[in-house]
Write a protein of this length. Structure first.
Lengths: 172, 201
């Protein structure tokens, strides 16, 4: 257990995380509503918002980096599923290239369930992030944790950069 | 909310002519395009901030700062197109113009009921009365802008009363915009006077 722990940076505890960081972490999960905000029901809008949010905020702190990365990665499956449904739906109802069958309705059901699950778990994650807590999604949680907290990842954060310039300096 | 634009002692006639003839080409179009994309992000954040305020009672601080920076950029472009300041407005959210000052104190907590009231009835008690007056004033602003153009062309100075009128219009419309977008909880006064003038009267 201790060997495993030494491979990762220590997790920040809720009382160490400023409210501002918690809010930024929470905001990452709210990007799933971006399409509603711009009134464009295209599955890619949320993903674009999540990508922009991730790149703007990832250097602020590990806590924000983790949550925005988890939010971004967890959007990928539902985005692809939604695109599939959009494409299939257009083929059926707009271009009349194919007809609805049991497979189609099965796919619709799967997409609806996936979206509901994504919505519910993202809201839980947003609330947890606002409280300064970690919350791990299935698969994406472990992946994000590994990408953000692993000591092998040399990623500089805002505060750490300052510390670096203040302390060790080259001999020339 | 603080919005001040410093009046220059002298204005460049060449810049004035260049801005008036080609301003749409080298200021409005490039800045407009950039601001359109930033504006989409600001719109999304404002929509999400509404929900955040509703559930947490706070406007996320970094989103608030983003909105303030977006407004500053807009003001730089507006002030330039109104001929209130010389020089090309800088691109970017972190850029500043020495003559333009815009500040809003960050509200630590925002009343949820006030936000709901603005969301459902803002059009009635904010947009309608203020919008009507601002719409009428917009015609006056265009007229004053036209007169000021000739005044600057001949004297290289922006007449003080005209300058103040334009700034007051910008300040008034900005106050309404900030109130309706939950950046401030103070109902905008029916005037474009600066904060000091409002408190002394």
């Amino acid at each position: 257990m201790s060997d495993q722990a030494s491979l990762y940076h220590p997790l920040p505890q809720p009382d160490e995380i400023p409210v501002r960081d918690r809010e930024d972490a929470m905001g990452a999960y709210l990007m799933m509503f971006a399409a509603v905000a711009v009134a464009l029901p295209l599955p890619v809008i949320n993903l674009i918002a999540a990508v922009i949010y991730y790149y703007v905020n990832r250097r602020k702190s590990r806590f924000i980096h983790f949550h925005s990365l988890q939010s971004l990665l967890s959007q990928l499956p539902t985005t692809f599923l939604n695109w599939g449904l959009l494409y299939w739906g257009l083929q059926v109802w707009l271009f009349h290239n194919t007809e609805t069958d049991d497979l189609f309705w099965g796919y619709v059901g799967m997409v609806v369930v996936a979206n509901i699950l994504y919505f519910v778990f993202s809201l839980i994650a947003a609330v947890r992030a606002r409280k300064g807590r970690m919350y791990y999604f299935l698969f994406f949680g472990k992946l994000s944790y590994d990408m953000v907290f692993s000591v092998n990842r040399s990623f500089r954060y805002a505060g750490e950069d300052d510390l670096k310039t203040l302390q060790n300096k080259p001999p020339f | 909310m603080l919005l001040e634009i410093k009046r220059q002692e002298r204005y460049s006639r060449a810049e004035l002519l260049l801005r008036s003839v080609f301003g749409f080409l080298y200021i409005a179009i490039p800045h407009g395009l950039a601001l359109m994309f930033v504006g989409i992000a600001a719109g999304v954040l404002q929509f999400l901030a509404f929900w955040s305020i509703l559930f947490t009672g706070r406007y996320p601080e970094s989103w608030f700062e983003f909105q303030v920076k977006y407004i500053r950029w807009n003001l730089r472009v507006s002030a330039s197109l109104f001929n209130l300041v010389d020089g090309y407005p800088k691109f970017g959210l972190n850029a500043h113009h020495d003559s333009i000052q815009f500040e809003i104190p960050y509200p630590e907590s925002i009343s949820r009921s006030s936000v709901l009231l603005r969301f459902f009835f803002g059009w009635l008690y904010v947009m309608l009365p203020h919008g009507f007056i601002l719409m009428l004033l917009a015609y006056a602003v265009l007229f004053v802008n036209f007169i000021a153009f000739w005044a600057i062309l001949f004297t290289a100075e922006y007449p003080e009363s005209m300058f103040e009128f334009q700034v007051r219009y910008l300040r008034w419309s900005q106050r309404v915009s900030c109130y309706i977008s939950y950046l401030t909880h103070e109902y905008p006064p029916f005037s474009g006077s600066s904060d000091q003038q409002v408190t002394t009267t």
